[in-house]
Design a protein around this ligand. Structure first.
Ligand code: ZN
Length: 299
């Protein structure tokens, strides 16, 4: 969670709580802000976590979590297990989301991958069945985005692409893992359906008839002096008004068949030391949705 209320109903945001934490101020008592819930919450300051196979640790932004032993009331908008079971029951489908028993389901990406390829090639509206699957997926991904980790979804939904089981961590990527999404796409030659969550940073018209929506990039510490790596995420479409309906600052989910763009390198003099040069390497991932349900706003 990113917001909570205090005992007098004051709204607190994770960013503001981080500032208080940094200046060693006392933190307020935090309660769930969903109407009628009031579960006890705890602020978790930003920190870094080691990743297996990566030299650089992962930066985890500040967030608000349930206090130990506390639970959201049924019907609270953060009652993720309750919402998940309701979503799975409503979206259950023999082809796309078949039940596996004991409340668990399988999520079959192949049907989406093939449907998106088809609608991309034909350039007309998606068939209603594909649109329905994408809506169900968007609801599951929104829930995942609100959870803060893969645990709940991974315990209940097995993702499969054809015969292959796909880990949630190889399917759903937050801003702090854009580099891993980029690497995953580079390692395969087939169109891989991936879900990315990001924050809208800008809209840019590139040429008549197409607009890009850009998300806040990931800045990757490389450990190499004066070299900085960026991972940029863009969505392109000819409907500028539609892309602009996702305002700057909004958190959005982007699902589909991503492509790596051309990696660019630029250099500039170090601001204070004339003997040094700063090199920026920009890696790009782009999505051209063929169906508008591939992009949804979280919240
Ligand atoms: Zn709650």
């Amino acid at each position: 969670m990113r917001t909570a209320v205090g005992t007098h109903g004051t709204l607190h945001r994770a960013d503001d709580l981080q500032k208080r934490h940094d200046t060693q101020q006392t933190l307020p008592t935090l309660l769930c802000d969903s109407p009628g819930c009031g579960a006890s919450l705890t602020f978790v300051p930003e920190h870094s976590r080691r990743r297996p196979g990566h030299a650089e640790p992962l930066h985890v932004p500040a967030y608000i979590d349930l206090s130990r032993g506390a639970e959201h009331r049924p019907g609270c908008r953060y009652d993720a297990p309750g919402h998940l079971q309701a979503l799975l029951a409503a979206g259950a489908d023999a082809d796309f989301l078949p039940p596996l028993g004991e409340g668990k389901h399988e999520l079959r990406l192949l049907i989406l991958q093939q449907g998106l390829k088809r609608s991309g090639a034909e350039r007309h509206d998606a068939d209603p069945v594909l649109a329905g699957y994408l809506r169900t997926l968007a609801e599951l991904l929104t829930l995942r985005a609100m959870c803060g980790s893969d645990d709940l979804l991974a315990a209940n939904v097995t993702v499969r692409l054809g015969k292959k089981k796909v880990d949630w961590s190889s399917f759903f990527y937050t801003q702090d893992r854009y580099d891993e999404a980029w690497e995953r796409l580079g390692a395969t030659s087939t169109d891989l359906p991936l879900a990315l969550v990001g924050t809208v940073r800008s809209h840019r018209a590139t040429q008549p008839g197409s607009v890009y929506l850009n998300c806040a990039p990931k800045y990757q510490h490389t450990g190499v002096t004066d070299r900085r790596d960026f991972y940029e995420i863009s969505v392109g479409h000819s409907d500028a008004a539609w892309l602009q309906s996702f305002p700057v600052g909004a958190e959005i989910l982007m699902f589909g068949l991503w492509r790596q763009g051309r990696t660019t390198t630029s250099s500039r003099p170090h601001p204070t030391d004339p003997r040094r040069t700063i090199t920026n390497v920009t890696h790009k991932l782009a999505l051209w949705p063929s169906v508008k349900h591939q992009l949804v706003r979280v919240e």
